[in-house]
Design a protein around this ligand. Structure first.
Ligand SMILES: [Zn+2]
Length: 293
């Protein structure tokens, strides 16, 4: 399925929505990080949440989401730009054997953090306890409490266990009431999308986004106001990595070079490996010695 994100509203209920299909971007992330089924599932949920939340962002704004679970998965991180360029990782990528279920991987405690930022400043930071042990519901809870944006969010995945992981479907739904919304109606829509049977329906077979909207609307009209193509995208570049290496203690670079004969830096977010041979490292050392940054 092609990755797609639709945003719009249910005019009668004064509720705005985002729905997305992110199976390609999640498959790409799982492949890059060599995640096993459990880590790949949790990462895909986080990336889909990030894609949905891109609709809340203004131009050049970014949101960074972090789930800090006490279970074996540890931290899960995802961020997105306003045009749904999404990236992320889990602290641990091989969890099978240590955790038998998603709930075990997440554990029973944790915290959730969300940070919106512009290129030069942090706009808002929110932190709450993880009370649901569910990636989407924990983040919706944080937005409702700390960002004062009532939010309902659900993610449904279809992901066969064979590696390399390939998702057949990754659907996310986000609902937020508009200022004139009837909060009782919003509450009933929230309950509907957060119910296990709605998720089971999303996970039974790939659903077109229009079918998802019809089911959420329950016969009411919906209006699509915009669309985007979410994609896995990282902002790391070789020049950026070189800048970081030039800031390291030259002795540390020299040590790495002597030990391995090269220096390799792997980006946390996208797992891209940047390889620097002996000559390149010497050039970097000369530049840092001359104060060139
Ligand atoms: Zn990267």
């Amino acid at each position: 399925m092609t990755d797609r994100l639709l945003r719009g509203q249910f005019p009668r209920h004064a509720v705005r929505f985002a729905v997305c299909q992110t199976s390609s971007l999640c498959s790409e992330a799982a492949r890059r990080h060599q995640a096993d089924w459990i880590a790949g599932w949790l990462l895909s949920e986080a990336l889909t949440c990030a894609a949905l939340l891109s609709i809340d962002l203004k131009h050049t704004e970014k949101i960074t989401l972090r789930w800090m679970y006490a279970g074996p998965v540890g931290d899960i991180l995802a961020d997105t730009t306003e045009d749904a360029r999404v990236r992320g990782y889990t602290q641990r990528v091989r969890l099978l054997g240590e955790a038998g279920t998603l709930a075990e991987a997440v554990g029973t405690q944790g915290q959730v953090v969300a940070i919106t930022s512009l290129p030069t400043k942090v706009v808002h930071t929110g932190v709450t306890q993880a009370v649901f042990q569910d990636v989407a519901h924990d983040m919706a809870h944080l937005l409702s409490l700390s960002f004062q944006v009532e939010s309902a969010m659900t993610v449904g995945l279809i992901m066969p266990p064979d590696e390399p992981l390939h998702l057949r479907s990754a659907v996310g739904v986000l609902l937020q009431p508009m200022p004139d919304a009837d909060l009782e109606i919003f509450e009933s829509m929230r309950q509907q999308v957060e119910r296990p049977d709605f998720r089971a329906w999303l996970e039974a077979e790939p659903r077109p986004l229009e079918a998802v909207l019809e089911r959420v609307a329950g016969g009411a009209m919906y209006e699509v106001l915009g669309s985007a193509e979410p994609a896995f995208a990282c902002s790391c570049t070789r020049p950026k990595v070189e800048r970081v290496l030039r800031m390291l203690d030259p002795a540390e670079l020299q040590d790495m070079l002597e030990k391995d004969g090269y220096v390799e830096v792997r980006c946390h977010f996208c797992a891209e490996a940047y390889h620097f041979g002996e000559n390149e490292v010497h050039a970097l050392l000369r530049q840092s010695a001359s104060g060139h940054a």
